[in-house]
Design a protein around this ligand. Sequence first.
Ligand code: GTP
Length: 339
Amino acid sequence: MAMYVWFLIPLGLATWSGNSPVHVAVIWMLIGFGGNAVFYAMLSLGYNKRFTDHSLTIPQMWLAIIVTFYAQIYAGPLRGGYLLALILMFIFGCFKLRTKQMLWVSLSSSFIYAATIPLAAIVEGPAFNWVQSLILWFIYTTIMPMVSVVAGVVSRMRHDLAANRSQLQAALEEVTHLASHDELTGLSNRRWMMETLERERALAQRRDSGFCLCIVDLDHFKQVNDVHGHAAGDAVLQAFARISLKKLRGTDIMARHGGEEFLLFIPSDTVAAAEHCVQRIRETLAHTVFDGLPEDFRITMSGGLTHHQPGEPIASTLERADAALYQAKASGRNRIETA
Ligand SMILES: Nc1nc2c(ncn2[C@@H]2O[C@H](COP(=O)(O)OP(=O)(O)OP(=O)(O)O)[C@@H](O)[C@H]2O)c(=O)[nH]1
């Protein structure tokens, strides 16, 4: 668009000084501004999505080529200056097009340029300088492919840069995810959970609300590895995470505390309500048949559940939950003990 506005100055001067007929400036404005308005409307209304070239760069370049060559037919000795408008348009093209597309546009435009030379000769009559015009055409036909190649290189560099940036973004997201999640189960990891618990502790204190913590441990898990192999053990851990997440509410948080131990945060004011939730997981697990393991294979869990006392450090809550877990194991496993 800026090109059309800027070239109105030389075009206006050429018209004012009698070097270019008025209709050229009128057509320049009508086609230039009207065409751009159409492209703007298409982009705003999303019609551009129907084309493979979403940016509509090629049609926009063609609009500039046609209107510039039209002005050039009547430009007389000023003819060469108008070609500079097309250099601007080719630089614009390099933001979106590949070298091949740029070359195609430059070569096909040089054919159209050739076709305008006899038309300019008709307009100018006997004063027309064929040699000068053919030299200008030769310059255009040889320089524009070079501009296209350079523009194509710039375009490729831009594409590579954008691809690198999105790869870097994806890697950053992955690193951020890995820093806060357990790779095997996809649950939050211990570090993230401890930070979250500190935040929840501060929030609970401010809101005068409570929450419960439960340490969950799979029973005799070592035997799973020993009898069925480490891969089967991994599959059991993953399945347990899935089962638990299905049974939890959106506000509950389950994290892998380490090994076959998990930490469960339940924002409940009463141990009874939290216990109900943990018991649901325990019962479901006890009846779960695992893919790839014998039909009669079952695994159970034990849990130590406690309520966070206002003001106490998280470590103290965890110590109590751990003691309750120890009690659950000592009492025969597959149970939840509260403290
Ligand atoms: N497959 C697998 N095993 C793990 C992983 N992390 C820890 N373990 C195993 O978990 C087992 C834990 O065993 P123990 O601490 O003896 O506990 P347990 O056999 O569950 O016995 P109780 O807790 O007393 O019921 C060990 O054999 C660890 O190797 C893991 O990521 N994958």
